[in-house]
Design a protein around this ligand. Structure first.
Ligand SMILES: [Zn+2]
Length: 481
């Protein structure tokens, strides 16, 4: 039987079981195997007596640090780190997914995907992400990459039968989804499956209905790009006379799936909201990615309609980092950027009149007040903790509570990026604090060395070997192209 490990810290972000509100207090976490067995606010003296009563427990006083749930990055394509910084040139002005990536992606072997995805997994860990929702070609190679790096996640091998580089691999990706789902070894490593239809315009009605039935039968969520581009919306309206969301409703996918993660939602209209109200749908917002592919979705409308949503990074190719903190900060920034592009600005710019400047400022003030929630740290952190944490029926993450996976980050509040740490939750939501990560536990295992986190991960044999293989495979890929 695994020994219980008991940790105490002066600042632990716990969840009040009654209200589900976050509490920042001195507290104790006990870990048994991969899961938290006990989490409660208490004083150091209370913790010491508790440990004395349980001599089998390994006790560790972490001191004056901040302990929080690890972040969840619930929409990634990890292997696409290989496209980071690629000059997409003219393709970026049109639909870069179809024009450029599909060409390169058809050249990737499963071994390439595993090697590149492994580097993406390490990058997530270094940014305090303990769980990803991964969606890509490569089947079980994606799950293997997560296990290699020690990252937990929900893997959705990409399914498509109408268009895209995965059309010929539909059967193998379907089988890989079930293989991940049925594997005890992956489950022990904190890696579970979801169904991963690519997008509404690359999946036929027949395949959608098959996915809906399978989601119900295996109790597995669906993770899909929805309403992400004008091409997709055009296809949906012209071919089916339904919006992408209305089509999923019509095909019974939203009803059958235990949970649906619908990513991007740029072209979601107000009638679509009626189909997203059951509590079993979550919208995914990847603002930096959307700013490159299309434009940021209107999350104020989602918030007003009480539709649950989350932030995620999408791929490094369109985003350049796996740090979810900057996605939260973008949400905060959306409070007032509307005024930059408003007609009130144009009017003022043309006239220079004081009355027009005043009207522009009134526009800014209205936006500022309408988006008050976007400045609330607890709301912003729910986009990377509780909201993505509730999407998989078999994975509990996003809270420090009993029965949840032991995925937590230890932050040094005296690091320059966090000092003076008077409101740590606000810092986590609105600053770049990942250099202050002192230690991290994922699935009950330490990542790197506590007290020397980033350097120890980068200098580990696991990372150095992963880097060497990725470099070799990138060179070979460039030769093939
Ligand atoms: Zn994506």
């Amino acid at each position: 039987m695994a020994h219980t490990r008991s940790f105490f810290a002066d600042r632990v972000v716990l969840t009040d079981p009654a209200t589900q509100r976050l509490q920042l207090q001195p507290g104790c976490l006990e870990v048994n195997g991969a899961t938290i067995s006990f989490a409660q606010a208490m004083t150091r003296d209370e913790w010491k007596s508790r440990c004395d009563e349980q001599p089998e427990t390994q006790a560790l006083d972490l001191g004056d640090v901040l302990v929080t749930p690890a972040f969840i990055n619930a929409h990634t394509h990890l292997a696409m780190v290989v496209f980071r910084g690629l000059d997409a040139g003219a393709a970026m002005a049109r639909n870069v997914v179809e024009d450029l990536y599909f060409t390169v992606e058809s050249q990737l072997s499963n071994e390439d995907v595993r090697a590149f995805a492994r580097l993406g997994a390490f990058e997530n860990l270094l940014h305090g992400v303990g769980t990803v929702w991964e969606h890509y070609y490569g089947g079980t190679a994606l799950a293997d990459a997560l296990v290699d790096a020690g990252l937990t996640g929900v893997v959705a091998p990409t399914l498509q039968d109408v268009a895209g580089p995965g059309v010929n691999a539909l059967d193998s990706q379907w089988d890989a989804t079930l293989a991940i789902h049925e594997s005890e070894a992956y489950a022990q490593s904190g890696v579970l499956a979801a169904w991963g239809p690519h997008a509404t315009d690359t999946v036929s009605n027949e395949l959608w209905q098959r996915i809906g039935r399978a989601a119900n039968e295996h109790n597995l969520p669906v993770h899909v790009h929805v309403a992400q581009s004008i091409e997709e919306y055009t296809f949906s309206m012209e071919t089916h006379n339904l919006s992408p969301v209305a089509r999923l409703q019509h095909l019974d996918v939203l009803e059958q799936s235990p949970h649906s993660l619908l990513v991007h939602g740029i072209y979601i209209n107000q009638d679509d909201f009626a189909h997203l109200k059951s509590g079993r749908q979550t919208l995914g917002f990847c603002p930096y990615s959307q700013a490159q592919y299309a434009f940021p979705a209107n999350v104020l409308r989602w918030t007003e309609a009480d539709i649950p949503w989350l932030v995620a990074t999408d791929c490094a190719a369109c985003n350049d980092s796996m740090n979810v903190q900057k996605e939260m900060r973008f949400v905060h920034g959306m409070r007032v950027t509307g005024s930059t592009w408003a007609p009130e600005y144009q009017t003022f710019f043309a006239s220079g009149k004081l009355s027009d400047a005043t009207r522009l400022q009134e526009h800014r003030t209205r936006s500022f007040h309408a988006t008050e929630r976007f400045a609330n740290p607890e709301f912003l952190l729910s986009l990377v903790w509780s909201n993505p944490g509730r999407m998989h029926p078999a994975m509990k993450v996003g809270h420090l509570q009993a029965d949840y996976l032991a995925n937590f980050v230890i932050w040094d509040p005296m690091h320059p990026s966090m000092w003076p740490s008077m409101d740590p939750l606000r810092l986590l939501a609105l600053s770049d604090t990942t250099p202050a990560i002192q230690g991290m536990m994922v699935n009950g295992q330490w990542i790197g060395e506590r007290g020397d986190f980033a350097r120890s991960v980068r200098e580990s044999d696991a990372y150095q070997d992963a880097l060497q293989e990725a470099n070799e495979r990138l060179t070979a890929l460039q030769k093939r192209l």
